[in-house]
Ligand binder design. Structure first.
Ligand SMILES: *Cc1c(COP(=O)(O)O)cnc(C)c1O
Length: 390
């Protein structure tokens, strides 16, 4: 069978094999070294990575943990969240943001998001605050920083903590500061497909507070500061030394990889300009790192179908808003409670973006999208001809 020209090949949603290929030798050398030293648990690589990551984000302390979900739960424990107390969480985020609060015994109180940046709407925060509210969770969704100034301002005035979920935004900037280091506690995930990803699970807590850092170190390691002295109820929530070693190699490339994502986003914007799909906006004063490139269109499902026919992998972030998930049914939310989030669930479509994506692939994806949205919706002719029954 003749091979298809490369422009007709399928495009994956992310290409981790291509991403790791240039680093394979360095990974293997590192692993060989660790096999000799057997330095596996809270070893030297973990402390070096913590130092390097703290310096990169611009914070005093970084504590390597097991994954992003645990980091979020630990952040809630660090502020001594008590059973039933509330944390404001954007309605449009990955489920783990809310689970972190619930795992710590708290209750997520959902707040709708802004349509431009998909991040929490600061103007809706005040109305969501109750006597039980202890913290605001700011999620830098898709790699776009949330609007931190009004969030911090509101939090200071109401005596609330600010926790940042920066799991999708390693390296993103808000008014010149790296996200994660702006609020009281920042949480990161190193899930393999994140902008900075391990070869497995991993996470990080960052803070400028020495007491919070000390407590985080105890929480992640069975509640102990000194061996076999367990001061608090802790967990096994440690970052693997092997993963830390891989992450140190990848941290050196993070800025370059983010620049490649930004270049891909520029291509998409240019290629989609003038079409009916809405490309993501970057509000002034922020640097987006494009973990996800999500566009909006009222006929999202038709566009998605066209792309998948042509072998283009797409995603939806997120198809069922968290307040309407079965797991949070007990909060009794109703349709219409989160109008922007609900519309995003129907209209947003994430198209492939990763550092290695090529301009020809972007060109082809944009061409398919443009032709899909310029086509008349298939039901319109019929619905116009049908008698009006109301
Ligand atoms: C990935 C992610 C998490 C969870 O991180 P894990 O390492 O998978 O546990 C939390 N919040 C957001 C926004 C994420 O994207």
């Amino acid at each position: 069978m003749p091979r298809l020209p490369s422009s007709e090949n399928p495009v994956p949603f992310v290409d981790l094999a291509a991403h790791h290929r240039p680093l394979a030798n360095e990974f293997c050398r590192k692993l060989a070294g660790l096999l000799t030293t057997s330095d596996f648990i809270l070893g030297k690589e973990v402390s070096l990575f913590e130092e390097e990551f703290a310096a990169y984000i611009g914070v005093r302390y970084a504590i390597g943990v097991s994954n992003g979900t645990d980091a979020l739960r630990m952040a809630c424990e660090l502020i001594d969240l008590r059973p039933g107390e509330e944390v404001l969480v954007p309605a449009n985020t990955y489920i783990a943001t809310a689970f972190g609060v619930t795992h710590a015994g708290g209750v997520p109180r959902f707040v709708d998001v802004l349509e431009d940046s998909f991040t929490i709407d600061p103007s809706k925060i005040e109305a969501a605050i109750t006597r039980k509210t202890r913290a605001i969770m700011a999620v830098h969704l898709f790699g776009c920083p949330a609007d931190m100034d009004p969030i911090l301002d509101r939090a200071r005035r109401r005596g609330l903590w600010v926790i940042e979920d920066a799991a999708q935004a390693h390296g993103a900037l808000y008014r010149g500061k790296r996200v994660g280091g702006i609020g009281d506690i920042g949480c990161f995930s190193f899930y393999p497909s994140k902008n900075l990803g391990a070869l497995g699970d991993g996470g990080m807590i960052v803070t400028n507070s020495s007491s919070l850092a000390e407590k985080a170190r105890m929480l992640r390691n069975q509640g102990q500061r000194a061996r076999y002295v367990h001061e608090i109820i802790g967990y096994n929530n440690r970052l693997d030394n092997v993963q830390a070693a891989f992450l140190r190699i990848k941290l050196k490339k993070l800025d370059e990889h983010n620049r490649m994502r930004q270049e891909a986003a520029r291509h998409y914007r240019r290629e989609l300009a003038g079409s009916e799909v809405k490309a993501p906006l970057v509000p002034p004063g922020r640097t987006h790192v494009y973990h996800i490139y999500s566009v909006l269109h009222p006929r999202r499902d038709a566009v998605r179908e066209k792309l998948s026919e042509k072998g283009i992998a797409c995603g939806m972030y997120y198809p069922i808003p968290i307040p309407f998930q079965e797991s949070y049914r007990f909060l009794k939310h109703r349709k219409g409670d989160f109008p922007v989030t609900e519309r995003l669930a129907k209209e947003s479509l994430a198209i492939p973006i990763y550092p290695e994506i090529r301009p020809a692939q972007i060109h082809r994806i944009a061409r398919i999208i443009r032709s899909a949205v310029s086509m008349r919706p298939q039901h319109s002719a019929r619905s116009r001809a049908a008698p009006v029954t109301r």
